[in-house]
Design a protein around this ligand. Structure first.
Ligand SMILES: Cc1cc2nc3c(=O)[nH]c(=O)nc-3n(C[C@H](O)[C@H](O)[C@H](O)COP(=O)(O)OP(=O)(O)OC[C@H]3O[C@@H](n4cnc5c(N)ncnc54)[C@H](O)[C@@H]3O)c2cc1C
Length: 393
């Protein structure tokens, strides 16, 4: 079977809905991924290796903090940003996760809740990829319900002392700085964000091993045992659970686009394979009605997902996107991508389980994407709450 090369997916002239600048961002990212990630991603996935060599080239293209303004960031519109994450995830969800965490979960809270000094210190080197960040919200006992967190900060003199455990933290061991969310004992357990540099005594991190998903991304546990940080490391404008949730909204929006990239990769691979692969009377399997039905389902759902997230992006640019809009886009598009991965894997038969093709890797990655940043079911509850006014958590 000849090598299958991605050709792009556009059934309803979706491109006509994009500006020239948006198409340029999409095409530049697509070319970067084709030239730099596709040739190495299967090796990285097998080895469980994060392709760190791509950090600098990604920084040079403005991928980090891309939608932020100032401090050397690209200041992209929300649709440009989304198309960038789509192309990154067409390459690999793990690499897209790295960029989402660096941008939406570390640079964004510094930009939104940080002091001017914190912004000047961290944002320019993070934009350049010289400093890496992570976001510590989840704990071993608290995932979907982060408000239950046990991590505590206590103010003593002009310092804070942090104690707690964080789990499933993307980029935890490679990060120079962690945004840690903790309840402040002297403020009635109000949740606030803190910047914790990796070399603070008492702060340790270790990688999670044995993951069958996002193998090209680093996932870690963080431990904070009497970690002293100066009060200047508090993110001064953070306050309450809504602060980390605002960060998650940024990242969830990128995921909603990213999942389309993974779906496109699977669909396009399955379509090309179905035309090449012959079975029964020397006919391509694409000539069978059941195979065509699967391809039809996929192209229809990809197209609907594109339209959904484009509208959410336009709302976001206009300052009108609500968190429930982003929940719908994340929930629908990740579910859709996972179904596309399963159908595509099926169309490839036995070849579908091998890493000569990207499908099984996308499928395994998307299992994490379905769970993180609010599980599929948690987003059902958010949408349900929005339409009924009743909290069913
Ligand atoms: C690879 C990877 C990377 C991650 N990166 C990060 C990161 O960088 N930073 C970070 O802070 N976290 C990160 N996470 C953690 C992630 O956000 C959590 O795993 C997620 O929030 C779910 O929490 P949980 O795993 O504890 O599952 P649980 O909350 O225990 O949920 C288990 C199941 O119960 C369901 N459930 C829970 N509550 C309800 C309810 N009220 N009603 C109905 N069903 C419910 C869920 O939908 C799910 O199906 C990462 C996770 C993974 C897998």
């Amino acid at each position: 079977m000849p090598a299958i090369k991605f050709r792009g997916v556009d059934f309803i002239q979706f491109d006509a809905l994009l500006t020239e600048e948006e198409r340029l961002v999409r095409d530049t990212t697509r070319q970067f991924i084709e030239d730099n990630l596709i040739p190495i991603i299967e090796e990285c996935n097998r080895a469980g290796r994060f392709p760190r060599e791509l950090v600098k080239p990604m920084a040079d293209l403005g991928f980090f903090g891309a939608s932020l303004k100032g401090y050397g960031c690209a200041g992209m519109g929300n649709v440009e940003y989304g198309l960038m994450t789509q192309e990154l995830e067409r390459g690999d969800s793990g690499v897209r996760s790295f960029v989402s965490v660096q941008s939406g979960l570390c640079m964004y809270p510094i930009w939104e809740f940080g002091s001017e000094e914190q912004k000047e210190t961290w944002l320019p080197p993070m934009q350049k990829g010289e400093k890496l960040g992570c976001f510590g919200l989840t704990e071993p006992g608290f995932g979907s319900n982060p408000g239950g967190m046990k991590t505590r900060a206590r103010k003593v003199g002009n310092e804070y002392i942090l104690n707690g455990e964080k789990m499933w933290i993307t980029s935890g061991t490679i990060a120079d700085v962690a945004v840690i969310w903790a309840k402040v004992e002297n403020e009635n357990d109000k949740i606030r964000g803190f910047l914790v540099e990796k070399d603070r005594p008492g702060f340790t991190s270790q990688d999670v091993h044995g993951k069958w998903s996002l193998r090209a991304s680093v996932t870690s546990g963080l431990s904070l045992q009497d970690v002293h940080i100066p009060e200047a490391n508090l993110l001064p404008k953070s306050g309450g659970l809504k602060s980390p949730l605002m960060c998650l909204n940024q990242a969830r929006y990128g995921i909603a686009w990213g999942a389309i990239g993974a779906a496109m990769s699977c669909y396009d691979c399955a379509l090309q394979y179905a035309i090449l692969r012959k079975q029964w009377r020397d006919q391509p399997i694409a000539s069978h009605q059941l195979v065509q039905d699967k391809l039809t389902w996929m192209i229809s759902e990809i197209t609907k997902a594109q339209l959904l997230v484009l509208q959410v992006g336009r709302l976001k640019d206009a300052g009108k996107a609500e968190h429930q809009h982003i929940s719908m886009a994340k929930r629908n598009n990740v579910w859709m991508a996972l179904e596309c991965a399963r159908l595509s894997r099926d169309i490839l038969g036995a070849n579908g389980v091998a890493d000569d093709y990207p499908i099984m890797r996308h499928m395994m990655n998307l299992e994490s994407v379905k769970t993180y940043e609010g599980t599929h079911d948690v987003h059902s509850l958010i949408i349900g709450q929005s339409v009924t006014g009743i909290d069913a958590f």
